[in-house]
Ligand binder design. Structure first.
Ligand code: SF4
Length: 133
């Protein structure tokens, strides 16, 4: 994720409010974003370089990077687990961006990576539907 690439993130996002109310939203953010490296600048007073996904959510968009968290058989979810953010990186985990294995020197890649490195909107399997406890 490139923090300044708001247009791309906006285009990927869904036009739906991610949270029912501010209490739900701030509860999820406290459980997830408060330790994430992408919002660390904002926590240190530099709001302009905070997480762009949070900015999207504050204007009523659901980022594509937020997958549904686990639901029970009635569709209920915990406040902290409502979404699973695929961009989450703990602030102590090291580099914030993925470190792909480089192509071996002197060899060509079969398929260029550009154009294939996007966010996939996946849903976690519901254990209740699979009959798994
Ligand atoms: S990348 Fe995800 S978990 Fe991290 S601050 Fe942004 S929205 Fe929160």
């Amino acid at each position: 994720m490139i923090p300044g690439d708001y247009d791309k993130l906006w285009d990927e996002s869904r036009d739906e409010a991610p949270f029912a109310n501010s209490d739900e939203g701030y509860g999820w953010m406290a459980a997830n974003c408060d330790t994430c490296i992408h919002d660390k600048p904002a926590r240190q007073g530099d709001e302009g370089n905070g997480c762009p996904l949070l900015l999207l959510s504050l204007v009523g968009r659901r980022p594509a990077q937020w997958l549904d968290g686990p639901r029970d058989e009635h569709g209920r979810y915990s406040r902290a687990g409502q979404y699973h953010c695929v961009e989450y990186r703990h602030e102590d985990d090291g580099p914030s961006e993925p470190q792909p294995i480089p192509d071996p020197p002197g060899q060509l890649g079969l398929v260029p990576r550009e154009g294939y490195e996007g966010v996939r909107m996946l849903l976690r399997p519901n254990p209740a539907e699979l009959g798994v406890s």
